[in-house]
Write a protein that binds this ligand. Structure first.
Ligand code: FES
Length: 191
């Protein structure tokens, strides 16, 4: 390098090139904050699908109640006494799905319409049975008694037997099986 060039570059012969100062602590802190914020945002966005996946059983709960076949609607048209039926019920417990059989009674209400009753006693949940001899429903646990249409006659039960939503589709009587709170004077669906 010529003397002229060195002078232009601000260097004198024998003098060392000045060392660049390290980046300031403020600059490093700012970069660290920006990287941390970016990683946090990325982590939150990546976690959204996982959270939706984990919470699905909670917000899908209402859709987990399904219709179950009870039997041909014609076979219940001329009922003279309640009949017990077992219905297959699909249940969802979190991510686990299972099918179990539940007893229900098909009977007629005071207007002569076919209704389906849960066999679970509204008192403390024992299974109610139909007595053909006495022509009433009886709970063996604490002695509650119900009329053929499910209304309460006596005993500690706070209400009559719980009716279940039912419909006829393609000649089949179908029921929507649900659980109801016990010890309540009025029917309330259990969560
Ligand atoms: S559980 Fe039925 S009377 Fe108590």
């Amino acid at each position: 390098m010529s003397d002229e060039s060195r002078q232009t570059a601000g260097l004198v012969e024998g003098e060392k090139k000045p060392i660049e100062p390290p980046s300031s602590p403020e600059r490093r802190t700012f970069l660290g904050v920006m990287i941390g914020a970016g990683m946090t945002i990325f982590g939150v966005l990546a976690a959204i699908p996982l959270v939706r996946f984990a919470l699905y059983p909670l917000y899908a709960k209402a859709a987990s109640v399904t219709w179950s076949d009870v039997g041909p609607a014609d076979s219940f048209a001329s009922l003279s006494a309640p009949v017990q039926k077992l219905v297959s019920v699909e249940q969802r417990d979190g991510w686990r799905e299972s099918v179990s059989e539940k007893p229900v009674y098909v009977t007629k209400d005071k207007q002569g319409q076919v209704v389906v009753l849960s066999a679970i006693c509204p008192h403390l949940g024992c299974q109610v049975t139909w007595s053909a001899d006495r022509q009433d429903f009886f709970c063996p646990c604490h002695g509650s008694v119900f009329a053929p249409d499910g209304t309460r006659i006596s005993g500690p039960t706070p209400r009559g037997m719980d009716s279940l939503e039912s419909t006829v589709q393609d000649g089949q009587l179908k029921v929507r099986y649900q659980y109801f709170r016990q010890l309540m004077p009025n029917k309330e669906v259990a969560d």
